[in-house]
Design a binder for this molecule. Structure first.
Ligand code: PYC
Length: 320
């Protein structure tokens, strides 16, 4: 039995039901560039670490992992690189809320606002008195409205393309009803939409894949939320939380349609009816800076063992 690298320590939390696993020790040297550069090095050279943390048997399809890194600019609190069962993510808000709870648990922060470097850009966490965390995101915008695609088995589906820190295709009141009993149907529908986007070469203007599909319907309790969503993530797991970058994309669309004003609170429920609240500051007519708030809970801490006789010590590759 041996550990070919320094011990890997993780702290697990969940945010509205969606797990976050922060790697706090044992991270290899990623070269010390920007988080976008380090994320590329991580993808190219250390995919075993992503797979060890996120994939079965330690992880599962819904697991979002993150590397806690020193900031490039010492004025910032830290850097972070998010990843899941498939690859890295430019940004993740439920994960940033989980990171904030983890840093509190580690005794690194106890109050205030702190800038954090991510591959998508600089975001800010604010610890609120009620133990919620507000994440002020990167600039977000709707790129295209009313994009119509033919989805086999479902007909013509219309949605918006928006950037919320990840790329989203946002669909209102089409497909299966947004309720827990329909999770299998919702996964099939959103996967079919994602495939159709790929087949029809629908990408962002900068050529990036639209890798999150988000459906909206009415909330169960209109006094608690304004809308309920279901979000399919890259890697084909669905977000158990309302998805903070998805909520940011929604806020950008609502703002573009004149349906919310700067400062107005939007409450987004997820498939489990956990709620994120969000507001925007307008940068111009099409671009907003969303702030999304939610709460995370710490679940546990682990130190990983890597037994060389274990053929699956680096996780089961997602393609098996
Ligand atoms: O909360 O932004 C989010 C997120 C992205 C993927 C899973 N959760």
């Amino acid at each position: 039995m041996s550990t070919p690298h320094s011990p890997i320590k993780v702290i697990d939390s969940h945010t509205g039901g969606e797990p976050t696993r922060i790697v706090i020790a044992g991270i290899p040297d990623l070269g010390g560039g920007s988080m976008a550069e380090q994320s590329r090095v991580f993808r190219e050279k250390f995919d075993w670490l992503r797979s060890s943390v996120a994939n079965e048997p330690r992880g599962h399809d819904a697991m979002v992992g993150a590397l806690l890194l020193p900031p490039q600019d010492p004025q910032n609190l830290c850097g972070v690189i998010f990843f899941n069962n498939a690859s890295t993510l430019p940004m993740c808000i439920h994960g940033t809320i989980g990171l904030a709870a983890t840093l509190v648990h580690m005794g690194k922060i106890s109050s205030g606002s702190h800038p954090i470097e991510t591959p998508a850009g600089l975001v800010t966490i604010t610890l609120n008195e009620d133990r919620t965390v507000s994440v002020t995101n990167v600039p977000c915008f709707r790129e295209r409205a009313g994009v119509c695609i033919e989805v086999p088995g479902y007909g013509q589906i219309t949605g918006d393309i928006a950037w919320g820190g990840n790329w989203f295709f946002l669909i209102e009141d089409q497909g299966p009803a947004i309720k827990r009993e329909n999770i299998t149907e919702l996964q099939a529908f959103t996967s079919a939409v994602k495939n159709a986007l790929a087949v029809h070469h629908v990408r962002s203007q900068s050529g990036e894949e639209i890798d999150h599909v988000e459906c909206f319907g009415p909330p169960v309790d209109p006094t608690a939320a304004d809308s309920k969503n279901f979000v399919l993530c890259p890697g084909n797991a669905y977000d158990r939380s309302p998805c903070g970058t998805g909520t940011s994309a929604k806020l950008a669309c609502l703002f573009a349609d004149g349906k919310i004003q700067p400062g107005q609170v939007w409450r987004q429920a997820g498939i489990l009816d956990s709620v994120f609240s969000g507001t925007v500051v307008a940068l111009d007519e099409t671009t907003v800076i969303p702030t999304v708030s939610g709460r995370a809970w710490i679940l546990g801490e682990s130190i990983y063992c890597f037994d060389e006789s274990d053929p699956l010590r680096h996780g089961i590759p997602s393609s098996i």
